[in-house]
Design a protein around this ligand. Structure first.
Ligand SMILES: [Zn+2]
Ligand SMILES: [Zn+2]
Length: 352
């Protein structure tokens, strides 16, 4: 067994606290990773507080993991000891269904059960063990779900790419965002700020939708060509029928119809946030312009590697605030208040 020291939630209401546990010995295809950095995703808070009603305790959260390989199984071919690597939201899938074979493991047909998608934390893996995430000293994962990370980039800023990065990169690529397209980004948080960077980098004309005038300057710095205050009905009216694609990153309930009417005929609205109450949509706004409504979660393993390689080539990382693990409970409170620019990353070597 591999000894690990993490910070865990023991139930939905008490703060995270130190927790010792073991991980499996590396199997033939496993990589042992000594964790350097872990991003703090809003999902970590929803999960540890059981806001999605599926929590299994004790729970060590964290699925934006960067570290170094310290040991490899006998059949590992992708990595050697010392490599800088990343682990994201999932650590296994069935590998045999049509989605897995298409490299879209996140849509594994077996679903989130043992033998299907295995979440990096808070799930039972095929060995029957409870997975534990990256707020810890190490992780053991199958090489197929581990990614190469270029040492050219600041590794702490790479950590959030494993969730916030791929969650926005994948739909922008899927819907072929590029030059001569007008693209909207709704919300400017951990996901939104990565969407701005990618859409700008792909050559689109990028428009940030926000409810807050205080975000205008930052949105422009991050890649927005224009900023539209979505509460301003006159400003929204001017945007009608002009967008080729809109990516909605907001996970709080919010009005979607005015944003859908901003789309051109045949254009697509994609949601990557998951509001806990379903949005009310006037379907006429879809029908009369043949507009599309879609959703997306993270990305496949090959696409995650493609995204990391793209970021290395273009020098793209997340804007982060670094903390020690001892500050994690305070950081959770600030994430809930959206008081972070734009992602907390835990320096797992810093101690506190
Ligand atoms: Zn996440
Ligand atoms: Zn599958």
């Amino acid at each position: 067994m591999t000894q690990s020291q993490g910070w865990a939630a023991q139930n939905a209401t008490t703060p995270l606290a130190p927790y010792s546990f073991t991980r499996r010995d590396p199997q033939a295809h496993d990589v042992v990773v000594d964790i350097d950095y872990c991003g703090v995703c809003h999902s970590d808070i929803h999960s540890t507080r059981n806001e999605w009603k599926n929590a299994i305790y004790p729970m060590v959260p964290g699925h934006e993991i960067i570290g170094h390989v310290t040991a490899i199984g006998s059949a590992v071919t992708k990595f050697k000891v010392g490599d800088l690597v990343g682990v994201g939201v999932i650590v296994d899938s069935c590998r045999t269904c049509s989605s897995c074979k298409a490299g879209e493991e996140q849509y594994c047909e077996v679903g989130m059960t043992t033998g299907g998608i295995t979440l990096t934390y808070g799930a039972y893996d095929k060995y029957g063990e409870l997975t534990q995430g990256g707020y810890s000293t190490n992780i053991v994962a199958d090489e197929h779900f581990v990614h190469r990370v270029s040492p050219k980039l600041n590794p702490a800023g790479v950590a959030p790419l494993l969730c916030a990065g791929i969650t926005t990169y994948s739909p922008l690529r899927h819907w072929n965002v590029g030059p001569n397209m007008k693209v909207g980004v709704v919300g400017l948080g951990g996901l939104g700020h990565m969407a701005l960077k990618f859409a700008h980098s792909f050559g689109a004309h990028v428009v940030q939708f926000t409810t807050s005038e205080s975000k205008i300057a930052d949105a422009k710095r991050l890649g927005a060509d224009e900023v539209v205050i979505s509460k301003d009905t006159d400003a929204m009216k001017k945007q009608e029928n002009t967008f080729d694609f809109i990516l909605d990153t907001v996970s709080a309930p919010h009005p979607i119809d005015p944003l859908i009417t901003a789309l051109k005929r045949d254009a697509t609205y994609t949601q990557v946030g998951l509001p806990d109450t379903p949005p009310v949509i006037f379907t006429g706004n879809l029908l009369f312009k043949r507009r599309n409504m879609s959703g997306s979660i993270i990305g496949g393993m090959a696409e995650t590697q493609e995204m990391l390689d793209y970021c290395a080539e273009k020098g793209i990382t997340s804007d982060i605030e670094m903390i020690g693990i001892g500050q994690i409970n305070e950081a959770f409170e600030r994430v809930v208040k959206a008081d972070v620019k734009y992602r907390f990353v835990i320096d797992m070597k810093a101690g506190k």
